[in-house]
Write a protein that binds this ligand. Structure first.
Ligand code: NDP
Ligand code: 8X3
Length: 263
């Protein structure tokens, strides 16, 4: 009930572009924005998922799907250019697409994993931002939400390149905040700890047993928990910007300190 009241004051309908909306945090965020009637542009590589989600969300709001790989600069630019004129005015960009690939010590790291993480988590975020921020600068309004991680605040064993990519997101968030300040554009980093999504399945390349162990004996965050926080952040009054938020499960105190039951 409390949440309903605080959101109600800021209910003007806006247009949000969400990368990585086909699962996990991005999907939950798109669903919440749609439930509040905001127009959403949902992005990802998996066209079948985008189609199913579009069918669900269009019962609630106007939805456009964009299928592209954030690593492919031309594909990012073409996809965003392909939006109908009425959708070119993007109020909120949620830079969420990203993953960890592998957990190997640096000496055993797989170059393809490294490239995937650097290209998706950093360069993909940059390409999307470059394209969307131009309109925000012209309009002198907008909000960019960058999904970082506790891995962008602390390095853990085997996290090497994933942590580096999320430290880069932390730096880019700070840089955007400074560079876009003159234009009245809000910039926010949300840095979650453990969230139960497809993240660990991707990190461990489909090894479900290994992925399950990450959350064993503890209650991780749900993607909806992060969606709630994103929604709160993007519905603050015009003069309020939450610039940097770290959110952990209660059972987690740092990247590597997690209270687990013994069973
Ligand atoms: P999921 O694996 O569930 O979602 C990842 C999303 O990113 C998918 O929608 C996927 O879509 C998209 N994506 C991945 N690679 C690409 C690509 N090359 N091009 C376009 N889209 C891509 O994981 P989460 O929801 O957990 O992850 C979302 C964000 O949250 C990531 O940035 C992650 O680093 C961050 N995060 C996650 C935490 C966790 O514990 N789960 C904790 C802290 C941060 P598709 O495959 O269809 O392209
Ligand atoms: C995801 C959280 O701790 O697995 O960014 O790196 S962690």
């Amino acid at each position: 009930m409390f949440a309903r009241n605080i959101y109600a004051k800021n209910m003007e309908k806006r247009t949000a572009l969400i990368t990585g909306a086909t699962s996990g945090i991005g999907e939950a965020t798109a669903r919440l924005l749609a439930a509040h009637g905001h127009r959403i542009i949902i992005c990802g590589r998996r066209g079948d998922r985008l189609e199913i989600l579009q069918q669900e969300f269009q019962q609630l709001t106007d939805v456009i799907t964009l299928q592209f790989d954030v690593r492919d600069k031309q594909a990012v630019y073409q996809a965003i250019d392909s939006l109908p004129a009425a959708w070119q005015h993007i109020d909120i960009l949620i830079n969420n697409a990203g993953n960890a690939h592998g957990l190997s010590p640096i000496q055993d790291g797989d170059e393809e994993d490294w490239e995937a993480m650097l290209d998706i988590n950093i360069k993909g975020l940059l390409y999307t931002t470059k394209k969307v921020v131009q309109g925000m600068v012209t309009r002198q309004a907008g909000h960019i939400v960058n999904i970082g991680s506790i891995a962008g605040k602390e390095v853990y064993q085997g996290g090497n390149v994933y942590c580096a990519s999320k430290f880069a997101v932390d730096a880019l968030n700070k840089g955007m905040l400074l560079d876009l300040n003159a234009y009245g554009i809000k910039v926010t980093a949300i840095n979650p700890g453990l969230v139960a999504t497809e993240f660990s399945m991707v990190r461990f390349k489909g090894d479900a047993e290994r992925a399950k162990k990450v959350y064993e004996g503890m209650q991780p965050l749900k993607p909806e928990d992060i969606a709630d926080i994103i929604y709160f952040v993007v519905t603050r009054p015009a003069h309020v910007n939450l610039s940097d938020i770290t959110v952990l499960p209660t059972a987690q105190a740092s990247a590597t300190t997690v209270r687990r039951s013994l069973s």
